[in-house]
Design a protein around this ligand. Structure first.
Ligand code: ADP
Length: 496
């Protein structure tokens, strides 16, 4: 108890009520039906932050029912009215960005500056879809017979279930909930067991913004399968939107088959980062650092494999390793820290295993390769591995940590083959100058998102999503609203 108080003081929140522990069902914070709770920890210090309601399938049923009741009302609001409420939710997120970011850092570990960035990024979806709420346009199709008139209207799909991960505890929620609410759907969300507090903080602001009870519900749980089963088997839930690992995504897809739900899946990646001989090497190094080490390498669009053309390989790895070593590591709440802890022990053990495998097969470790500080530390030092080969696990596995294997290649054809040699297809990055090659490579990469001479693909205004086993559907942009709309054709006959 004393420790919890200590953490809350350390967080220095202006709005201490943003730190909630109950499930948010039908507009109220409530305990789980079983009265059970589970602990949430700070990954930097290992201290417990809070005991949160541990919901199960029974709570999910109640939340789904309340979302179904609320759907009848919410869908009838005009797009303009829904947009106004969403706009207010956006403004509140911006107003309380510092508090939301602090809660995020303390439960997830990422540096505060990155957390503030995430809150703004997350809020930008709410702003965008507040505007899009008015634009669920249909269509008028010329009749195929003289007496016929055909219209297409768009209607909300209904109650949406969403399951989100711990690496973006806030933005992965708003990226789903904002378009769903804009379209007229209602939502039941299950945040990650590692980071439920950010979701609950958003719920406080949802009430304040005037989002009616039942329209947005949050179910924290330490028993994901129990809620997942209820969500996927329910006939009331008409859509599941999931962000997380490919393995769990496949499981949920199978579970959704029986009720033939619409699905959106944002799954794993194995992003290539290609540097051609004619690239600006310093810019490429800067880009590789940003896309590899953001969030300690724990994002689905993080660079996984760096491919460098042979003419500049030595210069690139030298500069890249120097820049990696210069990262400031530590407590995410401290100024200037660029790399914080990984989220849990399992994650550190997994990257350590991948590094050992690569070194045992001949990779050269240029920096990192171990934890920072004592054996319990969850900070893994930024690691660069030169002379990586396709036999190593790092080639095929989503590393999800601050480890960069660097491969050498000779030709464009060879690197395209290597880059595409994966079941994943989320994000890809490449640097070069020859404009014809830039086009060819952008077209040849089998990925849903490609960045040329840049290290970021994430913005509200562009469609985010993958192909192959990286997912189904797109989030953000003008396409994002469609994911929550059904199309209905209305055929008029007898118009003589
Ligand atoms: P990560 O490797 O990023 O933790 P997961 O796919 O394990 O990815 O987790 C993403 C989300 O999926 C989390 O909210 C987690 O609780 C949830 N999850 C994991 N397993 C299941 C399951 N069997 N049913 C429903 N949700 C699940």
């Amino acid at each position: 108890m004393i420790r919890q108080t200590y953490i809350v003081i350390q967080m220095n929140l202006k709005r201490t009520d943003l730190l909630q522990k109950g499930a948010y069902i039908n507009g109220q914070f409530v305990q789980a039906d079983s009265a059970k709770t589970f602990p949430v920890y700070n990954p930097f210090s290992g201290e417990m932050i809070a005991e949160v309601a541990d919901c199960n399938g029974d709570d999910a049923k109640v939340a789904i029912d309340s979302a179904a009741v609320a759907f009848k009302i919410w869908r009838k609001f005009t797009g303009t009215k829904r947009g106004k409420i969403l706009r207010r939710w956006y403004e509140l997120q911006i107003e309380h960005a510092k508090d939301l970011a602090t809660i995020l850092t303390i439960e997830q570990g990422k540096p505060l500056a990155e957390s503030v960035g995430e809150i703004r990024y997350g809020a930008s979806f709410v702003e965008w879809f507040a505007e899009e709420a008015r634009r669920a346009y249909g269509d008028v199709i010329p009749g195929h017979q003289r007496d016929k008139r055909i219209m297409v209207i768009k209607q909300p799909v209904g109650v949406v279930a969403a399951i989100t991960p711990w690496n973006f505890p806030s933005a992965m929620i708003t990226r789903k909930v904002a378009p769903a609410l804009a379209a007229g759907c209602t939502v039941v969300i299950k945040p990650s067991e590692l980071t439920p507090l950010s979701a609950l903080a958003l719920a406080v602001l949802a009430t304040e913004a005037g989002i009616p009870p039942g329209v947005f519900n949050v179910l924290p749980t330490n028993d994901a399968p129990s809620i997942g089963n209820e969500m996927t088997s329910s006939r009331i839930v008409r859509k599941l939107s999931f962000t997380g690992s490919t393995a769990v995504g496949k499981l949920l897809l199978r579970q959704c088959a029986d009720t033939v739900k619409k699905v959106s899946m944002e799954l794993g990646g194995n992003a290539p980062f290609i540097v051609f001989d004619d690239a600006d090497i310093d810019k490429a190094v800067e880009g590789a650092i940003a896309s590899k080490f953001r969030n300690a390498g724990q994002t689905c669009v993080c660079t996984n494999r760096v491919f460098v053309q042979e003419g500049i390989y030595d210069e690139f790895i030298k500069k890249f390793a120097e820049a990696a070593e210069n990262q400031k590591i530590g407590d995410g709440l401290k100024d200037g820290v660029t790399i914080g802890p990984m989220v849990e022990e399992k994650a550190v053990a997994s990257v350590q295993h991948l590094v050992e495998d690569a070194i045992s097969q001949g990779a050269t470790q240029l920096c990192g390769g171990k934890r920072h500080g004592d054996k319990d530390s969850l900070i893994y030092l930024p690691t660069v591995l030169a002379h990586a080969t396709t036999e190593m696990k790092v080639f095929h596995t989503e590393i999800f940590g601050p480890v960069a294997p660097v491969f050498k290649f000779k030709t464009e054809e060879e690197v395209l083959r290597l880059a595409n040699d994966t079941p994943y297809g989320l994000a890809a990055y490449f640097y070069g100058r020859d404009y014809a090659r830039l086009w060819r490579v952008a077209e040849g990469l089998e990925y849903g998102m490609v960045a040329i001479n840049g290290s970021s693909v994430s913005t509200t205004v562009a469609p985010f999503g993958g192909i192959k086993e990286s997912g189904i559907g797109r989030e953000g942009s003008k396409y994002g609203l469609e994911e929550y709309l059904e199309m209905k054709q209305i055929m008029w006959a007898g118009i003589e």
